[in-house]
Design a protein around this ligand. Structure first.
Ligand code: M6R
Length: 589
């Protein structure tokens, strides 16, 4: 949800650094982009609707500025036009913002009564004016930022320039992520690590309500009592190259091709040593898995495996529902939060809610040091590396790998059989990611409705396949429990409606085939994805996936679905890595 970057330094052209940084954060939002840079002691703003490429065409890259802030937007308040784009400026302040100021209407009213006027319909312009308003009273930037952090409700990461102090760049954060990276005679701020990786892999995380005052040579971080505090320096394990496309046409395709390695890395991290830092999970009477989107779908797979093999009841909830409903947990409940970014607002809020009740929390997170990881009692990092495409693929695969491992851990299953299976998975995945599914995509890409059906764990996989397809190809698609279709939805099946039917749980093969025959009889074009070698006239296309141990089966079954979605989106000419209306990290509720 919006990416921000900032640079102050003697060595580089600030505009270059900020634009490069924004380009690697464009996955966070791409409705508009803008930059504010200092030249001859004046703050200049250039902003443009649409992607960063539009902004670039308006910029003079020969300008030698040593201080700039930039923004790529996922619109929340006001339509994504040029006026609503960031940076916003009011009085002496110019800011970029990721997040939402919930009480902005109240603040706006107060500012209007005090003579402020607004050009945009954004909460950010109000935040900016409010900083100016307080600063006019106290003439102290740190005090102003400290005061706003107590007044603003909601979430924010701000990059701030004050025209009274052009030797410093300021930053302030609550809930939305913000990092600060150090160079030699230069410093950077960014929403996420990829923005700084071409310069350094060392960075610090700004915590809630902390303020950073950053000059060429110095970074001072103040806590909420305005005391200077020391921050840990973290090191990012990946390289700049690894966060780039590496010859693939899209990040999504590159990330699918990384899946064999992601699987290996995740297994290597945890299989031998178990989960050193987590408690004995069998002591819990029940487990709640809370997450959003694809991460929620991995929870459904986790539920299936843990309930079947470890015999512990598992309830899987969408985070945006969980936090507002009556939940049944007690001291014997473990709440597992799943999140690639570790910053998803509803998942984070659910975590905070259950923590307040004294419930144990375990997060399964990809981004090291993210809010969900830091605030959970226990954390397991997925080893997916930096995921850039908005549609998650390799992080999803890493999350289901963790659920398989947790199930093995809970059941103390380290049999030779499972070990052999684990050792075989990377080569199966390697083969799978290289299969061309264009022939399937060609059959379905012009349809307006596509159905996914399956039973049990296959239904959970269908949900992810369906989300992937609609997310990037804009084709309406629904996942249904195969046996449930005839209770209403089957009325939508007509001649040539694509139905992707999945059956890897062969104990349910006959039942699933009966359901497939029901849709086939009504004209559906059936794509049958299965581990079984059964043949028949009940499908139009059959995709065979290798049969592996049930704990690991979803890991190999998901790959064709990801690739079919990718190919369909490509045939439809969609913007695969940056699908419309979406953003990688959903830091709004
Ligand atoms: O960062 P998170 O895993 O918490 O994100 C949750 C969802 O927003 C995310 O999985 C989303 O559904 C993906 N874009 C799906 O590809």
């Amino acid at each position: 949800m919006c990416g921000i970057t900032g640079y102050i330094g003697k060595n580089k052209k600030a505009i270059d650094v900020v634009i490069n940084g924004l380009e690697s954060l464009e996955y966070r939002g791409y409705d508009s982009a803008g930059i504010a840079y200092v030249l001859d002691n004046k703050v200049n703003i250039v902003k443009e609707q649409g992607k960063i490429i539009n902004l670039k065409s308006k910029l003079d890259f020969s300008i030698q500025s040593n201080l700039a802030i930039g923004h790529t937007r996922w619109a929340t308040h006001g339509e994504p036009n040029q006026i609503n784009s960031h940076p916003h400026s009011q009085g002496k302040f110019t800011i970029v913002h990721n997040g939402i100021i919930e009480n902005y209407l109240e603040l706006k009213q107060e500012l209007l009564e005090n003579g402020y006027k607004f050009k945009s319909s954004t909460d950010t312009e109000v935040a900016c004016a409010y900083m100016d308003f307080l600063y006019n009273k106290n003439k102290n930037i740190l005090l102003t930022l400290n005061e706003v952090s107590k007044i603003f409700r909601g979430s924010y990461a701000f990059g701030i320039i004050c025209s009274d102090d052009l030797n410093n760049l300021y930053a302030l954060r609550k809930t939305s992520p913000l990092i600060i990276a150090n160079g030699n005679g230069e410093n950077y701020i960014a929403s996420d690590v990829p923005a700084i990786l071409r310069y350094t892999n060392k960075y610090m995380l700004l915590d809630d309500m902390e303020i950073a005052k950053i000059s060429n040579d110095k970074v001072e971080v103040y806590n909420k009592d305005l005391k200077v505090i020391k921050k840990d320096i973290l090191e990012f394990e990946g390289s700049f190259e690894s966060s780039m496309k590496g010859g693939y046409e899209h990040f999504m395709l590159k990330e699918i091709h990384e899946e064999p390695t992601v699987f290996k890395n995740t297994i290597n991290a945890y299989f031998d040593g178990d989960f050193k830092n987590i408690p004995d999970l069998s002591k819990y009477n029940n487990i709640h898995i809370v997450a959003c989107g694809s991460a929620y779908h991995t929870g459904l797979i986790g539920k299936y495996l843990i309930e079947k093999y470890a015999n512990i009841p598992v309830y899987v909830e969408v985070a945006s529902e969980y936090r507002y409903k009556h939940n049944f947990y007690d001291k014997n409940t473990l709440v597992i939060l799943v999140s690639q970014s570790g910053e998803t607002a509803d998942t984070l809020a659910s975590l905070r809610m259950v923590k307040e009740e004294g419930i144990d929390t375990l997060s399964i997170v990809n981004v090291v040091g993210s809010s969900i990881a830091r605030e959970s009692k226990y954390v397991i990092y997925t080893k997916a590396g930096c995921e850039i495409a908005v549609a998650t693929t390799k992080a999803y695969l890493a999350q289901i790998t963790i659920f398989a491992l947790l199930t093995m851990y809970l059941t103390n299953n380290k049999s030779e059989e499972i070990l052999n299976e684990i050792n075989n998975i990377p080569s199966i995945l390697e083969e799978n990611v290289n299969i061309d599914y264009n022939y399937i995509a060609n059959e379905i890409y012009q349809n307006q409705n596509i159905f996914f059906i399956g039973r049990g764990i296959d239904y959970a996989i269908c949900m992810e396949g369906s989300l992937k397809l609609k997310e990037i190809s804009y084709i309406n698609s629904v996942a249904y429990q195969a046996g449930e279709l005839k209770h209403g939805t089957i009325s939508l099946i007509e001649k040539n409606t694509p139905v992707i039917a999945i059956c890897t749980d062969e104990s349910l093969l006959e039942k699933t085939i009966s359901n497939i025959k029901e849709v086939k009889a009504r004209g559906a074009k059936v794509i049958f994805i299965t581990t079984s070698d059964i043949v028949g006239d009940f499908y139009d296309f059959k995709i065979s996936v290798s049969k592996v141990n049930e704990l690991l089966q979803p890991i190999t079954t998901i790959v064709p679905l990801q690739l079919i979605a990718y190919n369909v989106a490509k045939l439809n000419g969609c913007d695969i890595d940056k699908p419309r209306n979406l953003a990688k990290s959903v830091t709004v509720e």
